[in-house]
Design a protein around this ligand. Structure first.
Ligand code: GLC
Length: 456
Protein backbone atom coordinates (compact mmCIF):
# COMPACT_ATOMS: atom_id res chain seq x y z
CA UNK A 1 0.00 0.00 0.00
CA UNK A 2 1.60 3.23 -0.99
CA UNK A 3 -0.14 6.52 -0.25
CA UNK A 4 2.33 8.50 -2.31
CA UNK A 5 1.87 6.93 -5.68
CA UNK A 6 0.07 8.96 -8.25
CA UNK A 7 -0.65 7.56 -11.68
CA UNK A 8 1.31 9.19 -14.46
CA UNK A 9 -1.87 10.28 -16.16
CA UNK A 10 -3.30 11.92 -13.06
CA UNK A 11 0.02 13.45 -12.23
CA UNK A 12 0.20 15.05 -15.65
CA UNK A 13 -3.42 16.11 -15.66
CA UNK A 14 -3.54 17.11 -12.00
CA UNK A 15 -7.07 15.76 -11.68
CA UNK A 16 -8.96 15.23 -8.47
CA UNK A 17 -9.00 11.52 -9.27
CA UNK A 18 -5.51 11.16 -7.83
CA UNK A 19 -6.70 12.79 -4.62
CA UNK A 20 -9.73 10.58 -4.41
CA UNK A 21 -7.53 7.52 -4.92
CA UNK A 22 -5.26 8.64 -2.12
CA UNK A 23 -8.19 9.21 0.18
CA UNK A 24 -9.68 5.84 -0.63
CA UNK A 25 -6.47 4.00 0.16
CA UNK A 26 -5.84 5.99 3.33
CA UNK A 27 -2.56 7.14 4.76
CA UNK A 28 -0.83 5.10 7.44
CA UNK A 29 -0.95 6.73 10.83
CA UNK A 30 2.70 7.51 11.29
CA UNK A 31 3.28 8.88 7.82
CA UNK A 32 4.01 12.58 8.10
CA UNK A 33 1.21 14.73 6.73
CA UNK A 34 1.77 15.05 3.00
CA UNK A 35 2.62 18.49 1.77
CA UNK A 36 -0.54 20.07 0.43
CA UNK A 37 0.40 22.23 -2.53
CA UNK A 38 -1.74 25.12 -3.79
CA UNK A 39 -4.38 23.24 -5.77
CA UNK A 40 -4.81 20.82 -2.90
CA UNK A 41 -3.24 17.68 -4.37
CA UNK A 42 -1.60 15.46 -1.77
CA UNK A 43 2.06 14.92 -2.51
CA UNK A 44 4.76 13.08 -0.62
CA UNK A 45 7.29 15.17 1.26
CA UNK A 46 10.17 16.18 -1.02
CA UNK A 47 13.46 14.37 -0.38
CA UNK A 48 15.69 15.86 2.29
CA UNK A 49 19.35 16.71 1.50
CA UNK A 50 20.42 13.57 3.38
CA UNK A 51 18.03 11.40 1.36
CA UNK A 52 19.31 12.94 -1.86
CA UNK A 53 22.85 12.05 -0.76
CA UNK A 54 22.01 8.48 0.24
CA UNK A 55 19.84 7.82 -2.81
CA UNK A 56 22.29 9.02 -5.42
CA UNK A 57 23.88 5.63 -6.21
CA UNK A 58 20.47 3.98 -6.03
CA UNK A 59 19.00 6.26 -8.70
CA UNK A 60 21.98 5.50 -10.92
CA UNK A 61 21.76 1.77 -10.26
CA UNK A 62 18.15 1.65 -11.55
CA UNK A 63 17.80 -2.10 -12.03
CA UNK A 64 17.99 -4.77 -9.37
CA UNK A 65 17.39 -8.48 -8.80
CA UNK A 66 14.86 -9.34 -6.10
CA UNK A 67 15.19 -12.85 -4.67
CA UNK A 68 12.58 -14.59 -2.58
CA UNK A 69 14.27 -17.55 -0.97
CA UNK A 70 13.21 -19.48 2.11
CA UNK A 71 11.59 -22.71 3.27
CA UNK A 72 8.69 -22.06 0.88
CA UNK A 73 11.14 -22.48 -2.02
CA UNK A 74 11.22 -26.19 -1.18
CA UNK A 75 7.46 -26.53 -1.13
CA UNK A 76 7.43 -24.83 -4.57
CA UNK A 77 3.93 -23.35 -4.22
CA UNK A 78 4.86 -19.71 -3.64
CA UNK A 79 5.85 -17.93 -0.45
CA UNK A 80 2.36 -17.63 1.03
CA UNK A 81 1.83 -21.42 1.14
CA UNK A 82 2.01 -21.67 4.93
CA UNK A 83 -0.82 -19.19 5.39
CA UNK A 84 -2.93 -19.87 2.33
CA UNK A 85 -2.86 -23.64 2.79
CA UNK A 86 -3.19 -23.27 6.59
CA UNK A 87 -0.21 -25.56 7.18
CA UNK A 88 0.20 -26.32 10.91
CA UNK A 89 3.49 -25.06 12.36
CA UNK A 90 4.96 -28.50 13.24
CA UNK A 91 4.25 -29.67 9.69
CA UNK A 92 5.86 -26.57 8.18
CA UNK A 93 8.87 -26.68 10.51
CA UNK A 94 9.95 -29.93 8.85
CA UNK A 95 11.14 -27.86 5.93
CA UNK A 96 13.61 -26.13 8.24
CA UNK A 97 15.25 -29.51 8.91
CA UNK A 98 15.36 -30.46 5.22
CA UNK A 99 16.54 -27.11 3.86
CA UNK A 100 19.90 -27.58 2.16
CA UNK A 101 20.96 -24.91 -0.33
CA UNK A 102 23.62 -26.13 -2.73
CA UNK A 103 27.15 -24.82 -2.23
CA UNK A 104 27.81 -21.60 -4.11
CA UNK A 105 24.11 -20.86 -4.74
CA UNK A 106 24.61 -17.14 -4.02
CA UNK A 107 27.51 -16.87 -6.46
CA UNK A 108 25.20 -18.19 -9.16
CA UNK A 109 22.64 -15.51 -8.32
CA UNK A 110 25.30 -12.82 -8.58
CA UNK A 111 26.47 -14.23 -11.91
CA UNK A 112 22.94 -13.98 -13.21
CA UNK A 113 22.43 -10.44 -11.90
CA UNK A 114 25.66 -9.38 -13.61
CA UNK A 115 24.80 -11.06 -16.89
CA UNK A 116 21.43 -9.33 -16.68
CA UNK A 117 22.99 -5.87 -16.39
CA UNK A 118 21.60 -5.43 -12.89
CA UNK A 119 23.41 -3.35 -10.32
CA UNK A 120 21.92 -4.38 -7.02
CA UNK A 121 20.25 -7.30 -5.33
CA UNK A 122 17.72 -7.73 -2.56
CA UNK A 123 17.41 -11.09 -0.80
CA UNK A 124 14.78 -12.17 1.71
CA UNK A 125 16.51 -12.52 5.08
CA UNK A 126 13.18 -13.47 6.68
CA UNK A 127 9.85 -13.71 4.92
CA UNK A 128 6.40 -13.93 6.49
CA UNK A 129 7.01 -17.61 7.34
CA UNK A 130 9.35 -16.37 10.09
CA UNK A 131 12.39 -18.50 9.24
CA UNK A 132 15.65 -16.55 9.50
CA UNK A 133 18.15 -17.18 6.71
CA UNK A 134 20.83 -15.83 9.03
CA UNK A 135 22.53 -16.35 12.33
CA UNK A 136 20.64 -14.85 15.24
CA UNK A 137 20.68 -15.06 19.00
CA UNK A 138 16.95 -14.30 19.17
CA UNK A 139 15.48 -17.54 17.81
CA UNK A 140 16.71 -20.98 16.88
CA UNK A 141 14.42 -20.97 13.86
CA UNK A 142 17.34 -19.97 11.70
CA UNK A 143 19.54 -21.42 8.99
CA UNK A 144 22.58 -21.86 11.23
CA UNK A 145 20.79 -23.98 13.84
CA UNK A 146 18.47 -25.79 11.43
CA UNK A 147 19.05 -27.85 8.27
CA UNK A 148 21.56 -25.78 6.31
CA UNK A 149 23.87 -25.16 9.31
CA UNK A 150 25.03 -22.12 7.35
CA UNK A 151 24.42 -18.40 7.43
CA UNK A 152 22.76 -17.87 4.06
CA UNK A 153 22.63 -14.10 4.36
CA UNK A 154 26.38 -14.07 4.94
CA UNK A 155 26.96 -16.21 1.82
CA UNK A 156 24.76 -13.87 -0.17
CA UNK A 157 26.33 -10.65 1.13
CA UNK A 158 29.84 -11.97 0.51
CA UNK A 159 29.00 -13.14 -3.01
CA UNK A 160 27.23 -9.90 -3.93
CA UNK A 161 30.08 -7.75 -2.63
CA UNK A 162 32.67 -9.86 -4.43
CA UNK A 163 30.68 -9.45 -7.64
CA UNK A 164 30.46 -5.66 -7.32
CA UNK A 165 26.73 -5.66 -6.59
CA UNK A 166 25.06 -3.33 -4.15
CA UNK A 167 23.54 -5.35 -1.33
CA UNK A 168 19.93 -5.20 -0.23
CA UNK A 169 18.22 -7.11 2.56
CA UNK A 170 14.50 -7.81 2.61
CA UNK A 171 12.92 -8.20 6.04
CA UNK A 172 9.29 -9.10 6.76
CA UNK A 173 7.88 -7.63 9.93
CA UNK A 174 4.85 -9.89 9.73
CA UNK A 175 5.69 -13.31 11.15
CA UNK A 176 3.46 -16.41 11.05
CA UNK A 177 5.78 -18.50 13.21
CA UNK A 178 6.52 -16.29 16.20
CA UNK A 179 4.01 -16.79 19.06
CA UNK A 180 3.40 -13.03 19.34
CA UNK A 181 3.28 -12.41 15.58
CA UNK A 182 -0.52 -12.35 15.41
CA UNK A 183 -1.65 -11.50 18.93
CA UNK A 184 0.60 -8.42 19.12
CA UNK A 185 -2.24 -6.43 17.60
CA UNK A 186 -4.50 -6.97 20.64
CA UNK A 187 -2.16 -7.64 23.52
CA UNK A 188 0.22 -4.90 24.64
CA UNK A 189 2.65 -7.25 26.42
CA UNK A 190 2.86 -9.35 23.23
CA UNK A 191 3.36 -6.23 21.14
CA UNK A 192 6.21 -5.13 23.39
CA UNK A 193 7.92 -8.53 23.11
CA UNK A 194 7.38 -8.78 19.38
CA UNK A 195 8.55 -5.25 18.62
CA UNK A 196 11.68 -5.87 20.69
CA UNK A 197 12.25 -9.11 18.76
CA UNK A 198 11.73 -7.32 15.43
CA UNK A 199 14.03 -4.41 16.26
CA UNK A 200 16.54 -6.92 17.65
CA UNK A 201 16.65 -8.99 14.44
CA UNK A 202 17.00 -5.85 12.35
CA UNK A 203 19.79 -4.66 14.63
CA UNK A 204 21.64 -7.95 14.07
CA UNK A 205 21.23 -7.70 10.30
CA UNK A 206 22.46 -4.12 10.31
CA UNK A 207 25.42 -4.94 12.56
CA UNK A 208 26.84 -8.30 11.52
CA UNK A 209 27.23 -8.13 7.74
CA UNK A 210 29.30 -5.02 7.05
CA UNK A 211 27.86 -2.35 4.84
CA UNK A 212 24.28 -2.93 3.74
CA UNK A 213 23.01 -0.69 0.96
CA UNK A 214 19.26 -1.27 1.10
CA UNK A 215 16.83 -2.35 3.79
CA UNK A 216 13.66 -3.55 2.10
CA UNK A 217 10.91 -3.86 4.70
CA UNK A 218 7.72 -5.73 3.96
CA UNK A 219 4.58 -7.06 5.61
CA UNK A 220 3.73 -4.24 7.99
CA UNK A 221 0.89 -6.25 9.49
CA UNK A 222 -0.83 -6.46 11.93
CA UNK A 223 0.44 -3.24 13.55
CA UNK A 224 0.56 0.33 12.27
CA UNK A 225 3.66 2.52 12.13
CA UNK A 226 3.24 3.66 15.71
CA UNK A 227 2.81 0.05 16.83
CA UNK A 228 6.01 -1.04 15.09
CA UNK A 229 7.80 2.04 16.43
CA UNK A 230 8.83 2.46 12.85
CA UNK A 231 10.48 5.88 13.07
CA UNK A 232 12.62 4.66 15.98
CA UNK A 233 13.42 1.54 13.94
CA UNK A 234 14.63 3.66 11.04
CA UNK A 235 16.69 5.86 13.32
CA UNK A 236 18.43 2.78 14.73
CA UNK A 237 19.12 1.55 11.19
CA UNK A 238 20.57 4.90 10.15
CA UNK A 239 22.76 5.03 13.24
CA UNK A 240 24.19 1.62 12.29
CA UNK A 241 24.25 2.16 8.51
CA UNK A 242 24.50 5.89 7.78
CA UNK A 243 24.46 5.44 3.99
CA UNK A 244 21.63 2.94 3.70
CA UNK A 245 18.33 3.53 1.87
CA UNK A 246 15.05 2.12 3.21
CA UNK A 247 11.64 1.63 1.70
CA UNK A 248 8.37 2.63 3.35
CA UNK A 249 6.86 -0.77 4.13
CA UNK A 250 7.49 -0.60 7.86
CA UNK A 251 4.89 2.19 7.62
CA UNK A 252 7.33 5.02 8.26
CA UNK A 253 7.94 7.54 5.47
CA UNK A 254 11.26 5.97 4.51
CA UNK A 255 13.32 6.90 1.48
CA UNK A 256 11.43 5.39 -1.42
CA UNK A 257 7.99 4.10 -2.41
CA UNK A 258 7.32 0.59 -3.67
CA UNK A 259 4.57 0.20 -6.27
CA UNK A 260 4.05 -3.56 -6.59
CA UNK A 261 3.40 -5.36 -9.88
CA UNK A 262 2.83 -2.01 -11.60
CA UNK A 263 4.77 1.03 -12.68
CA UNK A 264 3.62 4.17 -10.95
CA UNK A 265 5.68 7.31 -10.43
CA UNK A 266 5.56 9.19 -7.15
CA UNK A 267 5.16 12.96 -7.22
CA UNK A 268 7.30 15.69 -5.70
CA UNK A 269 10.67 14.14 -6.46
CA UNK A 270 9.93 11.19 -4.17
CA UNK A 271 12.09 8.17 -5.08
CA UNK A 272 10.19 5.07 -6.18
CA UNK A 273 10.92 1.54 -7.26
CA UNK A 274 8.56 -0.77 -9.05
CA UNK A 275 8.92 -4.35 -7.86
CA UNK A 276 7.64 -7.05 -10.15
CA UNK A 277 7.71 -10.80 -10.58
CA UNK A 278 9.29 -12.31 -13.69
CA UNK A 279 6.48 -14.87 -13.83
CA UNK A 280 3.52 -14.56 -11.45
CA UNK A 281 5.17 -15.75 -8.25
CA UNK A 282 7.56 -14.18 -5.76
CA UNK A 283 8.60 -17.43 -4.11
CA UNK A 284 9.30 -20.43 -6.37
CA UNK A 285 6.26 -22.11 -7.88
CA UNK A 286 7.18 -25.16 -9.90
CA UNK A 287 4.04 -24.88 -12.05
CA UNK A 288 4.10 -21.17 -12.81
CA UNK A 289 5.19 -20.78 -16.43
CA UNK A 290 3.70 -17.33 -17.02
CA UNK A 291 7.09 -15.81 -17.82
CA UNK A 292 7.26 -12.25 -19.06
CA UNK A 293 9.08 -11.90 -22.33
CA UNK A 294 12.44 -10.13 -22.61
CA UNK A 295 10.63 -7.43 -24.56
CA UNK A 296 8.19 -6.85 -21.71
CA UNK A 297 11.06 -6.52 -19.26
CA UNK A 298 12.88 -4.07 -21.54
CA UNK A 299 9.71 -2.03 -21.97
CA UNK A 300 9.19 -1.99 -18.21
CA UNK A 301 12.74 -0.75 -17.75
CA UNK A 302 12.02 2.00 -20.27
CA UNK A 303 8.80 2.96 -18.48
CA UNK A 304 10.62 3.16 -15.16
CA UNK A 305 13.52 5.06 -16.72
CA UNK A 306 11.33 7.72 -18.32
CA UNK A 307 9.83 8.59 -14.94
CA UNK A 308 13.16 8.29 -13.11
CA UNK A 309 12.15 5.22 -11.14
CA UNK A 310 13.91 1.95 -10.36
CA UNK A 311 12.93 -1.55 -11.42
CA UNK A 312 13.35 -4.47 -9.03
CA UNK A 313 12.72 -7.71 -10.87
CA UNK A 314 11.99 -10.80 -8.82
CA UNK A 315 12.96 -14.42 -9.28
CA UNK A 316 12.18 -17.21 -6.84
CA UNK A 317 14.99 -19.81 -6.87
CA UNK A 318 14.23 -23.48 -6.36
CA UNK A 319 14.68 -25.16 -2.98
CA UNK A 320 18.40 -25.78 -3.51
CA UNK A 321 18.96 -22.19 -4.67
CA UNK A 322 19.04 -22.94 -8.41
CA UNK A 323 17.54 -20.24 -10.60
CA UNK A 324 14.80 -21.52 -12.94
CA UNK A 325 16.19 -21.95 -16.47
CA UNK A 326 13.62 -19.68 -18.05
CA UNK A 327 14.52 -16.89 -15.65
CA UNK A 328 18.18 -17.24 -16.60
CA UNK A 329 17.36 -17.12 -20.30
CA UNK A 330 15.12 -14.06 -20.08
CA UNK A 331 17.31 -12.04 -17.74
CA UNK A 332 20.41 -12.80 -19.79
CA UNK A 333 18.71 -11.68 -22.99
CA UNK A 334 17.71 -8.39 -21.37
CA UNK A 335 21.31 -8.05 -20.19
CA UNK A 336 22.57 -8.39 -23.76
CA UNK A 337 20.20 -5.61 -24.81
CA UNK A 338 21.49 -3.42 -21.99
CA UNK A 339 25.08 -3.90 -23.14
CA UNK A 340 24.19 -1.96 -26.28
CA UNK A 341 21.42 0.25 -24.99
CA UNK A 342 22.21 0.68 -21.30
CA UNK A 343 22.98 4.40 -21.52
CA UNK A 344 19.39 5.05 -22.52
CA UNK A 345 18.18 3.48 -19.27
CA UNK A 346 20.83 4.07 -16.65
CA UNK A 347 21.39 7.72 -17.44
CA UNK A 348 17.79 8.67 -18.00
CA UNK A 349 16.29 11.99 -16.91
CA UNK A 350 12.60 12.65 -16.69
CA UNK A 351 11.16 12.35 -20.17
CA UNK A 352 7.98 13.80 -21.62
CA UNK A 353 7.56 12.55 -25.24
CA UNK A 354 5.30 9.51 -25.55
CA UNK A 355 4.07 9.07 -29.15
CA UNK A 356 3.83 7.03 -31.45
CA UNK A 357 2.31 3.73 -30.49
CA UNK A 358 5.10 1.44 -31.70
CA UNK A 359 7.73 3.20 -29.61
CA UNK A 360 8.39 4.48 -26.09
CA UNK A 361 10.98 7.01 -24.95
CA UNK A 362 13.67 7.86 -22.49
CA UNK A 363 15.84 10.95 -22.41
CA UNK A 364 19.30 11.96 -21.26
CA UNK A 365 19.92 15.71 -21.44
CA UNK A 366 19.15 16.77 -25.00
CA UNK A 367 19.18 13.24 -26.37
CA UNK A 368 15.87 11.51 -26.90
CA UNK A 369 15.93 7.72 -27.13
CA UNK A 370 13.22 6.32 -29.31
CA UNK A 371 12.73 2.68 -28.34
CA UNK A 372 10.95 0.98 -31.21
CA UNK A 373 9.39 -2.18 -29.84
CA UNK A 374 7.28 -3.07 -32.88
CA UNK A 375 9.62 -2.39 -35.77
CA UNK A 376 7.57 -1.01 -38.67
CA UNK A 377 10.46 -1.34 -41.17
CA UNK A 378 11.91 1.30 -43.52
CA UNK A 379 10.98 4.45 -41.64
CA UNK A 380 9.75 5.69 -38.28
CA UNK A 381 8.14 9.01 -37.38
CA UNK A 382 7.73 11.17 -34.37
CA UNK A 383 5.10 13.90 -34.19
CA UNK A 384 5.14 17.37 -32.64
CA UNK A 385 8.75 17.49 -31.44
CA UNK A 386 9.35 20.96 -30.00
CA UNK A 387 13.05 21.21 -30.69
CA UNK A 388 15.40 20.90 -33.63
CA UNK A 389 16.99 17.53 -34.30
CA UNK A 390 20.73 17.80 -34.90
CA UNK A 391 21.54 14.18 -35.64
CA UNK A 392 20.27 10.68 -35.08
CA UNK A 393 21.88 7.27 -34.90
CA UNK A 394 21.04 3.68 -34.14
CA UNK A 395 22.28 2.49 -30.75
CA UNK A 396 23.11 -0.89 -32.24
CA UNK A 397 26.15 -0.39 -34.46
CA UNK A 398 26.09 3.39 -33.85
CA UNK A 399 25.48 4.18 -37.53
CA UNK A 400 23.89 7.55 -38.36
CA UNK A 401 20.37 7.55 -39.78
CA UNK A 402 18.78 10.00 -42.25
CA UNK A 403 15.95 12.24 -41.19
CA UNK A 404 13.88 15.25 -42.19
CA UNK A 405 12.00 17.55 -39.87
CA UNK A 406 9.13 19.98 -40.36
CA UNK A 407 6.74 21.60 -37.89
CA UNK A 408 4.77 18.41 -37.44
CA UNK A 409 7.05 15.49 -37.90
CA UNK A 410 10.53 14.09 -37.57
CA UNK A 411 10.76 11.45 -40.27
CA UNK A 412 13.61 8.97 -40.03
CA UNK A 413 14.11 7.10 -43.28
CA UNK A 414 16.35 4.59 -45.01
CA UNK A 415 16.04 2.10 -42.17
CA UNK A 416 16.35 -1.66 -42.65
CA UNK A 417 13.12 -3.58 -43.12
CA UNK A 418 14.06 -6.02 -40.38
CA UNK A 419 14.55 -4.78 -36.82
CA UNK A 420 18.27 -4.18 -36.34
CA UNK A 421 18.16 -5.01 -32.64
CA UNK A 422 16.16 -7.32 -30.44
CA UNK A 423 13.86 -7.28 -28.53
CA UNK A 424 13.69 -3.48 -29.01
CA UNK A 425 15.58 -1.20 -31.42
CA UNK A 426 16.69 2.13 -30.01
CA UNK A 427 17.38 5.26 -32.05
CA UNK A 428 19.22 8.10 -30.32
CA UNK A 429 17.94 11.48 -31.49
CA UNK A 430 20.24 14.33 -30.56
CA UNK A 431 18.42 17.62 -30.20
CA UNK A 432 19.26 21.28 -29.84
CA UNK A 433 17.51 21.53 -26.46
CA UNK A 434 15.56 19.31 -24.07
CA UNK A 435 13.19 17.34 -26.33
CA UNK A 436 9.50 17.67 -25.57
CA UNK A 437 6.57 16.68 -27.68
CA UNK A 438 3.48 18.79 -28.20
CA UNK A 439 0.39 17.35 -26.59
CA UNK A 440 -1.49 20.42 -27.75
CA UNK A 441 -4.48 19.59 -29.95
CA UNK A 442 -4.03 23.06 -31.53
CA UNK A 443 -0.93 21.82 -33.27
CA UNK A 444 -2.81 18.89 -34.70
CA UNK A 445 -5.69 21.15 -35.71
CA UNK A 446 -3.27 23.54 -37.43
CA UNK A 447 -1.83 20.76 -39.55
CA UNK A 448 -2.83 21.34 -43.20
CA UNK A 449 -5.61 19.00 -44.33
CA UNK A 450 -6.53 17.63 -47.70
CA UNK A 451 -9.64 18.11 -49.79
CA UNK A 452 -12.63 15.82 -49.74
CA UNK A 453 -11.42 13.00 -51.95
CA UNK A 454 -8.17 13.04 -53.89
CA UNK A 455 -7.40 14.57 -57.23
CA UNK A 456 -6.62 12.18 -60.01
C1 GLC B 1 3.51 -9.30 -2.05
C2 GLC B 1 3.57 -10.71 -1.56
C3 GLC B 1 4.76 -10.92 -0.67
C4 GLC B 1 6.01 -10.44 -1.37
C5 GLC B 1 5.84 -8.99 -1.73
C6 GLC B 1 7.02 -8.39 -2.47
O1 GLC B 1 3.11 -8.41 -1.04
O2 GLC B 1 2.39 -11.03 -0.87
O3 GLC B 1 4.86 -12.25 -0.33
O4 GLC B 1 7.12 -10.61 -0.56
O5 GLC B 1 4.73 -8.87 -2.57
O6 GLC B 1 6.77 -7.05 -2.76
Amino acid sequence: MDPFNVSRRNMLLGTGASLAALGARGIAQTVAPPVAPAGGRALPPPPTPDQIRRLQWWHEAKYGLFIHYGLYSMRARQEWAMEKEAIPIPEYEKYAKQFNPKPGFAREWVKLAKAGGMRYMVMTAKHHEGFCNFDTKLTDYNSVQQGPKRDLVREYVDAARAGGMRVGIYYSLMDWHHPDGAICANDEAARRRFVDYTHGLIRELMTNYGKIDILWYDGGMPLNGAGWEAERMNKMVLDLQPDIVMNNRNLAVGDFSTPEQRILASGNGRAWESCMTLNESWGYDAEDDEWKSPRTIVRNLISCGRDVGNYLLNVGPKGDGTMPEEAVRIITEVGRWLETNGDSIFKSDKCQPWRPSYATFTRTGNTLYMHVHYWPGGDVSLSGLQTKVLSAYMMKGKQAVKFTQDDYRVHITGLPMKAPDSPVTTIAIECESVPTQSLDPELRLAKPRGKVGIEI
